[in-house]
Structure formats: structure tokens, C-alpha cells
Write a protein that binds this ligand. Sequence first.
Ligand code: ATP
Ligand code: MG
Length: 197
Amino acid sequence: MAGTRIGIFGGTFDPPHVGHLATAVNVTHDLHLDRMLLVVANVPWQKVGTRQISSPADRLAMVEAAVAASPLLDASSLELERGGETYTADTLSELSAQDPDAELFLVVGADAAAGLDTWKRPDEIRERCTVVVVDRPGRRNGRPPESWEYVHVPVPQIDISSSDLRERFRDGRPVDYLVPPEVLAVITRRGIYGDAA
Ligand code: ATP
Ligand code: MG
């Protein structure tokens, strides 16, 4: 019998938004995945030093709230439990060890895809999964470097980013309909982006 088809959508999710969620459900549908893990990065080392990052616990709580109602999407704390800097190669290796028959699909937005060569142990990533690229408005729809095989899945183009959302919180502009209400409730309860939420 064929193994479980598992999607892996990693991110900082600071905060998760409808762009992430629409992408996740559409890729799951298109590739007939059994489930999709939204994997919260512990220390997103490529972002460290560029800005303040909300705590892993806060980001996990937001992702859990975001997927609570979905039978196909799961929040994964694998990288938080492992601790330290977040390397996708380690995550793939851990998931393969947990379920050796599983088929892994790594979902990356066009901006992330273009930088795949800068990730740790790219050969191991290539070996362990199928890379799935989704376009993203305003990101010049990057592709992986030439040596990478990948599949491209069309998803609704939603021009939204966590950076824009953090600015909205800072400026007191609306975030309604960009972030699910369940996530907004967590942000308010935990005071993640200050009083503005
Ligand atoms: P930030 O602005 O803080 O970088 P982000 O919105 O890019 O936040 P990340 O957590 O960095 O979110 O992204 C995780 C993954 O989701 C990446 O592969 C990214 O390309 C993808 N992604 C983010 N937003 C979208 C979107 N609107 N449509 C499709 N993919 C997206
Ligand atoms: Mg990003």
C-alpha cells in the first residue's frame, strides 16, 4: 500500500494569515495529500538579527488556532521540540524516521524557493521530498535554482505577508479578514503585537 502523503509547510508564522491557509488547503487538494503540517520554525536563522521575532510559543499558539477547525491541516511543533536553529533537512529526516513509508512534499512560496540553495544540507532536502512551489504576488515568482526539481501548484494569489500584518498592528490599521478571527483572539489574549490588537 502506498505511504501517507504528507505536506510540510514551514514558516515563521509571525503571524499566520489567510495567504498561508489558502495555500495549504489548495496544495493539499491538488496533490491529494493526506494531511499538511504547518511547521513552526524555532529559530528562523535567516531572519534572526533582521527583526524581532515573536516567541515560538506564541507563534505555535497562533498556528494551532488557525488550523483548529481543519481536518487536513495540522500545527507541528516538531522544530520547537528539537530546539536550536531550524533546518528543514532535520525536519524531513525526523518525519521520515517517524513514518518511513510516508511521502513528503515540501511547500515553499516563490520567494523561499529562490533561496533553496542557501538552506542547510540541500542535497538531503532534495533526496527526502518533492519540492512544491507556489507563486506569491509581488515576489517576482521566483523558482528554485536550476539543479532543483519541483512541481508547481497554482494557488489563489493573495497579496498579504506577515510583515505587512505586523505593520498594520503597529499602525493600528485593520487586519480583519486577513487573519482568521481565531488567530486574532490568540493575539489579543496574549498581547503578541502590543495593545493595537
Ligand atoms: P514575513 O513577511 O515575516 O516573511 P511571510 O508572510 O512571508 O512572513 P513566512 O512565515 O515567512 O510568512 O512564510 C512561510 C511560507 O509561506 C514561505 O514559504 C512563504 O513563501 C509562504 N507564504 C507566505 N505568504 C504567502 C502568500 N500570501 N501566498 C503564498 N505563500 C505564502
Ligand atoms: Mg517570509
